[in-house]
Structure formats: C-alpha cells, structure tokens
Design a protein around this ligand. Structure first.
Ligand SMILES: [Zn+2]
Length: 366
C-alpha cells in the first residue's frame, strides 16, 4: 500500500505521532492513560466516527507499548444530542428534546449496545485495551461534574466571551422537570442564579408547562445540559480532577479551531497553560470539495455523495462484512496512519479512504 503525504511543521517536529504527549507525560508523571472519545448518539455512526474511535484504541495500544503504563479507552456517549425540535408559537423560540429524554436510560443503553459496542468489543479484544462507556446523562449527574460546574459558575463572566464569542451568553439548558424534557434550544428565557455555596437556581419556560424553577446541587436537581463549548470546558475541568490519570481528549480535526476557544475559557477561569488538557486530533474524512464528509448534509439533499464514497461511510452498518472484519481493516488503516506523523496529521478524501480500506488484512493483529 503506497501512501504519500506532504510534510508539515508538526510532522517535521515529531518522530512518532504519540510524541506530542511527551511534555505532558514528563510533567504529570501519570500512572495511567485514558483516551477519551465523545460521540453524539444520533443515529448510525459514519466512517469518520469509526475512524476516530479506532484511532483512540490504536493510539492507546502504542502508548502502552511506549511507556509501559496501563491504558484504557473511555467512550462518552453524548445522549443529550437533540432528537426532536419544535417552535413555540407564542415566543417563536426553538425548543428541543434530547435522545436521553425521549429514549430513557434503557433506550440509550440499547442504542449504544447495538450501534457502538460491537465495534468497541472487537477493537478492545484485538488490542487488549479495555474500554468503558459513560453517557452524558450519567456524567452530568455525578457529584464531581456538578461540583465543578457550581465552582466555575461565579467565574463564568470571565469565560463567557470565549464560550459564546458572538453573544457573550453560553447556553445552559435545564429541561422541564415535569418529565416532558423540552428545553429552550438557545436558552433565551433561562436564568441562572447562584443561591449559596453548592446550590444554583435555574429558571426557564417550558413549551407546554410554562415557567419553572429547578435547583442544582452537587447530588441532584435539574439535568445540566450545556452548550457544546461550555460542556467541554466543564468536562475538561472534571478530567483534570482525576489524580494520576492523564486523560487525552480524542477528537476529529474539525474540532481544532473550537478547542482554541475552550482553551481560552479554561485559562479565563484560572488554569495555566501547562494545565490545559491533552487532545489528540485525528484525520478527517472529506469530500472532494474539501468539506467534512457530512451525513446530515447528504441526507437532507444539500450535499451530494462525494466521488468514491461508499454507502458504509455514511452508515457503518452497511459495511459489506462482519464487525470483526471492519475492526481488522480499521486497525490496519490506523497502523498505516500512525506509522508516520505525515500520514496522521492530514485529512483523507472519501475516495482515498475507500482505497485504503479495500486492502484485505493479513493477520488481524499486525
Ligand atoms: Zn414541560
């Protein structure tokens, strides 16, 4: 398999892809490394998602070999992704209900079990890298997450233009507690008030039930649904609170500019440059226009299926083979991309991905 990749400043500075973590490993001397990969649970995974997930496992295995430390993959299932949208006829405001509120805990467990676990099991088994799954609903309910949010709330003013540069108002949604689950998408009528140490009051207006107030404490209260950059700031603060574990946030390269804003927010609330979280940006799959391969744009008819794209790239359940074979091909590809920084820190067109994934694997673990 020939693969030609251009040189870049970053690739030129590294011998191995995982060397980018060297300063953090030296500074924090972790006892364990966790690769954290978050995915919106909104339908079947596409090729970009599976690629990022397989990179997380493959990089974890390389870090284990390199540093002799225990490694793991943590899958963060973002079940707060919007499932249903509506417009309030009175105010004209957009409302949303999340997957978590429509499907419930069992429904989300089933969804993750059918769409994600089979590939994770196959990757985990082949590389001997353990993994765990945590939904966003579970994470926002933890004492650590809630305490972190409550602690950052008084300092939010310093970070708000980083988290919402255009409006200065980072959105916080606390869905209607009447178990209807509707929340104002842009939180126009949501007010947050710190009501003492470890207690916040959030008032908002439900699509069906009118005004309501929810309290948020470390151990309970309203469901904390934060806008993406805001959520990432809190999640990354939570990640830093775990002693002896280096958490590496694994993302697609499309996240890179947004992460600069999250870094700004983290520094605005008091972190130093050296405390900022470690992030691994993985190759992105692009159409021939250079735009990210987008399932939703193609489904809505706004973009055409790119030249060379195959049906499984938009819905990995359409892969023509077993999950085990899919995992083998993905790991073969991950090995190739991780073999040189030039191959890793770049994007791949759908046609090139098709070419690279078409080569049969030899031994599954090579
Ligand atoms: Zn309601």
């Amino acid at each position: 398999m020939t693969l030609i990749s251009p040189n870049t400043v970053l690739a030129n500075a590294l011998t191995n892809v995982e060397d980018f973590l060297a300063p953090r490993i030296r500074a924090s001397k972790p006892l364990r490394i966790a690769l954290v990969v978050g995915t919106q649970i909104n339908g079947a995974p596409h090729a970009g998602t599976s690629l990022v997930q397989s990179m997380a496992f493959a990089t974890a295995a390389r870090l284990h070999d390199r540093h002799g430390l225990p490694v793991e993959v943590r899958f963060s299932a973002l079940d707060n992704a919007p499932h249903e949208l509506a417009t309030d006829p009175a105010s004209g405001h957009r409302y949303q209900r999340a997957y978590a509120h429509i499907l419930g805990t069992d429904g989300i467990t089933d969804l993750v079990g059918s769409l994600y676990r089979p590939l994770f099991d196959a990757l985990s088994e082949r590389l001997d890298v353990p993994y765990s799954v945590e939904t966003y609903s579970e994470q926002q309910a933890t004492v650590l997450f809630r305490e972190t949010w409550l602690r950052v709330l008084p300092r939010l003013d310093a970070a708000r233009l980083w988290l919402a540069p255009s409006t200065g108002v980072p959105h916080l949604r606390v869905p209607c507690p009447q178990s209807c689950g509707w929340a104002e998408k842009y939180a126009q009528r949501t007010r947050v008030e710190l009501a003492g140490r470890g207690l916040a009051r959030v008032s908002a207006v439900c699509l069906h039930h009118g005004p309501y107030t929810a309290t948020v404490t470390p151990t309970g209260g309203g469901y904390l649904d934060l806008a993406t950059l805001y959520r990432n700031m809190v999640k990354e603060l939570v990640a830093l609170a775990e002693p002896d574990v280096l958490q590496v946030m694994v993302k697609g390269t499309d996240w890179m500019p947004g992460s600069l804003l999250v870094d700004g927010a983290l520094q605005a609330v008091g972190l130093t440059r050296g405390q900022l979280p470690a992030r691994l940006f993985c190759p992105m799959i692009v159409a021939e226009t250079g735009a990210k391969l987008s399932k939703s744009l193609i489904r809505s008819g706004e973009a055409a299926l790119p030249a060379g794209a195959e049906p499984w790239m938009l819905d990995t359940r359409k892969w023509p083979g077993t999950v085990g074979q899919f995992a083998d091909r993905l790991l073969k590809l991950a090995g190739l991309l991780l073999s040189h920084p030039r191959h890793f820190f770049r994007s791949y067109s759908a046609a090139e991905l098709s070419r690279l994934m078409s080569v049969p694997t030899g031994s599954p673990t090579t």
